[in-house]
Design a protein around this ligand. Structure first.
Ligand SMILES: NC(=O)c1ccc[n+]([C@@H]2O[C@H](COP(=O)([O-])OP(=O)(O)OC[C@H]3O[C@@H](n4cnc5c(N)ncnc54)[C@H](OP(=O)(O)O)[C@@H]3O)[C@@H](O)[C@H]2O)c1
Length: 267
């Protein structure tokens, strides 16, 4: 008997958010494929998920991992990896997985971060993590694939009654601490997976925080309150314009050109 369940590839499946995405996707009825770079961690993945081995910095290891997937959730992190980690994993990982997907289509959910457009804070100056995550967002927007980009606030700083999800746009909370907003890891995982099947989440970029109040009953209605990114735009709707394409490194512009060329080939 063949399964009619759709398949989602979770990239970052052994991470603090990715693990919960795997659980949530199984709960929501997906067939889950978990990308794991270290075989020793395969045992962390629930038995109901399929483990595939791959390292997002090694494109050759990714080819079969994307075969037949209907959706991809990215929850990569390069914790402690500094500028090199931010470029090769947070950004390069998204680039390489999209390249492996080639002309095929999949629904994308990409997790980046609240404050991702803040270039001048100490954190970004030290790591360039915001700049590289924003560049990964741009690749996804340029790909022409159906997507949702989720920029979570500070993980697991929630109070016990903070169940109400608040979706923001424009990335204007940039204190660089939990005063920007808090969100439980489980809530992030739920939003990422819900977005994959929601028409109203299509082409939307938003910051995600939680405040006091009840959990949402209807995610489609929640996503519907947001504006979509402008067609062809590289940045999220209402993002500040402070990372001009002409000032970007040539390798980044080349990557964008390659994604745009692939998009044209799909037509
Ligand atoms: N902490 C916060 O409050 C906060 C708020 C907003 C956004 N964020 C962002 O969230 C991200 C962290 O999420 P998290 O806690 O889930 O991260 P995490 O626990 O460090 O997980 C990162 C995942 O990426 C995988 N990975 C790293 N390099 C890889 C490679 N070369 N190939 C394949 N997989 C690779 C890791 O695999 P391994 O298990 O093998 O290492 C792991 O599965 C960070 O980028 C951070 O900027 C954090």
């Amino acid at each position: 008997m063949t399964s009619s369940r759709k398949t989602v590839l979770v990239v970052g499946a052994t991470g603090s958010i990715g693990r919960l995405v795997v659980e949530e996707a199984l709960r929501q009825g997906w067939a889950v494929r978990a990308l794991v770079r270290n075989a020793a961690k395969a045992g962390q993945i629930p038995a109901k998920a399929q483990v595939v081995l791959g390292d997002v910095t090694m494109p050759d290891t990714l080819r079969s991992d994307v075969d037949g997937v209907d959706a991809i959730v990215f929850t990569l992190g390069s914790d402690g990896g500094g500028k090199v980690g931010a470029e090769t994993i947070d950004y390069g990982g998204v680039r390489n997985v999209l390249a492996a997907l080639g002309a095929r289509t999949a629904r994308i959910a990409l997790m980046t971060s609240i404050g991702v457009t803040n270039r001048t804070g100490a954190y970004n100056r030290a790591t360039e993590a915001h700049d590289w995550k924003r560049r990964s967002e741009r690749l996804v927007r340029a790909s022409g694939l159906p997507y949702t980009i989720v920029r979570p606030g500070w993980f697991d700083y929630n109070g016990p009654d903070d169940h109400r999800l608040v979706l923001l746009q424009g990335d204007s909370r940039q204190a660089g601490n939990s005063s920007d907003g808090v969100i439980a890891r489980r809530q992030i995982a739920e939003v990422l997976v819900r977005s994959l099947t929601s028409e109203t989440a299509l082409r939307k970029t938003f910051e995600l925080v939680a405040e006091k109040g009840p959990a949402p009953a209807n995610f489609d209605a929640l996503f519907a309150t947001l504006d979509a990114d402008a067609p062809g735009a590289l940045d999220g709707v209402r993002d500040m314009s402070n990372q001009p394409l002409e000032d970007e490194p040539k390798r980044v512009r080349d990557d964008l050109d390659a994604v745009l060329a692939n998009r044209s080939a799909k037509r």
